[in-house]
Design a protein around this ligand. Sequence first.
Ligand SMILES: [Zn+2]
Length: 422
Amino acid sequence: MDRFAQNEENILSPASPSAGRKVELPTAGNLGKELPSAGANVQTCTRCCINSTVAGVKFDARGECNFCTMHDELERAYPIDEPGTGAFGAAIEKIKADGRGKKYDCVLGVSGGRDSSYTLWLLKQQGLRPLAVHFNDGFGNPVAGKNMTRAAQALKVDLRTITSDWRESKDLRIAFLRASTPDFGMPTDLGIAAALYAVATKENLHYVVIGQSFRTEGICPLEWLYFEGKYLKEVHRRFGKVPLRPWKPEDPGFNLGIPEFCYYAFIRRIKTFLPLYHLRYVRDEVDDLLIRELGWVYPGAHYYDDLYQSLMTYILRVKFGIDRRIFNYAALVRSGQMNREEAIGRVREVYVIEDPKVIQLCIKRLGLTQEEFNEIIALPPKTFHDYPTNYAWLRRFKFVVRMMANLQIVPKSTYMKYFDFC
Ligand SMILES: [Zn+2]
């Protein structure tokens, strides 16, 4: 398979091997799980909407949560600049200087969602020549796909799609579902990161740009999403059936352990830049701009550039009692973009992203029968602590990760997520 080719296939095409087989969803009722935030004894932060259902939460004497403390630390580390000034302006100039004589200045990960579409527009506004890279892991939302191609055309940016090996990707997804941990979407995140490093390596670029903002997205608790190459390998070793292809620097597949990461960070000297961390980023204003400038269409929900999110949201709610909107909404409350009462009310209702038709399509595309899916849902919930990982080792050497955050090799928020929670 040419991993650099544009993949026309998407989940809504009748390409699934089990298409036509009837698959019914277990209902929340028969699983006996109510919405996590609707319980009677839930304590809620007095400032945001984080509550006691969130892994790793602590409240101080004023009733404020540790996620709010972390947000304030990030605010101090990444003050808001005007475009062209401060740390933001300095970073743009460094990237421009590094790109001299090259076809591109940097690699930008794109999905067709709001954050990456806006970041693409922003980089062009700043006079950069980004190469937009999309990782197609088989569940792309066609609305987001059209957003990407329209934006690339309008901004005259090259768009490169890296398509995962579907046999590997499907096997990893099922392995993680059987591992029964809440971070079963992690292989795609790791595939995205590896693909961005690979393209930067191929093009001899030193900057990978990511369109995320802690002010609108928040920080995901570590136990809900633990991102690490060894963890992926161990889960695959226990539950996978298809061997993973070996790592190649320009074709890494799903390999991004500590040795591979060190290769990209220290041999290839690739850094990460998160421009939205430095800017005022208001979602409603951005939506208007994207619609006006790029003909952008809202994919229907946050994270819905990937249709697998529909299945993920459903399983997280009924099996793990997890609602990931809570840390997104909490961030919006802290940055004054959502009313606290509205946020608390919203997490008491089932998220619209849980579309039964899309969930059924996801299950069919994985080739699972209803019985197999029900078995997976019924497995006892676990976390990454139940599998061999490098976490204890990383904790011992956390000063190294702090140093890497200071050198912009990883975002400061990554250091906080891995070590400040505990
Ligand atoms: Zn809080």
